[in-house]
Design a protein around this ligand. Structure first.
Ligand code: 2HA
Ligand code: ZN
Length: 278
């Protein structure tokens, strides 16, 4: 059997947590991450019949029954994941009627999975419906993005348009735009359900005055999405009080998206007005 601590998925998730921490997006115990493992992969590393303990996840995750996830632990610090993966991460398999999880590895100090487990698992359920290859959901408190939610309209079209115009490849990286939720109590089933609903239409969901959720096929994709949003939000917060002398036009956004075959939200750009000769 292979050594779990050397598994590429453990190393990569730990590296991702460290990167997010160093970017300042995961202070203290902020942020959480979940990675859906490919069916059967875990058998290369441990005896999946051995359950350490059963965790009551208290909501219905039955569409994920039998699926195995690596998740971060509640109250754990992203900065510590790379040093003590076994304490800060857990490997869970959804079991029972879908409201239980078998702990197969990790959370070795007796801790539980992330407080945002409803948002993670419900988002996985919805993303898998639109993208069967989706494997990652991650949440963090990206600084400039959070700042932007205090000073910018939270209307999704307006918010997305601003981001698209603040970073040249934004429309190509997230042509599906960003969804936005108003302030809601975190760690609850209702914010989980609301987030998952947004995940049907976009891989990014902003939580106003709190942070962002990103989803993707790979850790790199989910990380890269948030990184690109945060870059755009950084440009915005840097110049928002300045007098704009020029800006990227809707026509230029259209050219960018078309050139790179990005299936963008066409309703987020203003319609082309054609001159009519009379
Ligand atoms: O886990 O970020 O939203 C800490 C959080 C909760
Ligand atoms: Zn948070």
């Amino acid at each position: 059997m292979e050594e779990l601590l050397k598994a590429p998925f453990i190393k990569e998730i730990a590296r991702t947590c460290s990167n997010m921490y160093r970017l300042g997006w995961d202070e203290r115990n902020a942020g959480n991450i979940s990675l859906l493992l490919e069916d059967g992969v875990i058998n290369e590393y441990l005896d999946a019949a051995k359950v350490i303990r059963v965790i009551d996840i208290k909501f219905d995750a039955s569409p994920l029954l039998g699926k195995t996830f690596v998740v971060s632990g509640t109250g754990k610090y992203f900065k510590n994941v790379e040093y003590e993966p076994e304490v800060n991460l857990g490997i869970l398999r959804i079991s029972g009627d879908g409201s239980k999880a078998d702990l197969l590895w990790g959370l070795s100090d007796g801790g539980g999975p992330t407080s945002e487990l409803p948002a993670h698992l419900m988002s996985h359920i919805e993303r898998l419906k639109v993208d069967p290859l989706n494997r990652v959901v991650t949440h963090c408190h990206a600084t400039n993005l959070v700042a932007m939610t205090y000073v910018h309209s939270l209307d999704e079209r307006t918010f997305t348009r601003t981001l698209w115009k603040m970073s040249i490849e934004a429309i190509v990286v997230f042509p599906d735009g960003v969804s936005v939720l108003p302030w809601m109590l975190c760690g609850t089933e209702s914010i989980g359900r609301a987030t998952a609903e947004k995940m049907r239409v976009s891989r990014l969901c902003v939580w106003a005055h709190h942070g962002i959720f990103g989803a993707g096929k790979t850790l790199d994709e989910a990380f890269g999405l948030i990184e690109t949003v945060e870059k755009a939000a950084t440009v915005y917060t840097t110049i928002m009080n300045s007098r704009f002398l020029s800006n990227i036009s809707d026509e230029q956004l259209r050219i960018l998206a078309d050139t790179f075959n990005a299936p963008y939200r066409t309703d987020y750009l203003d319609p082309v007005i054609k001159a009519i000769n009379v």
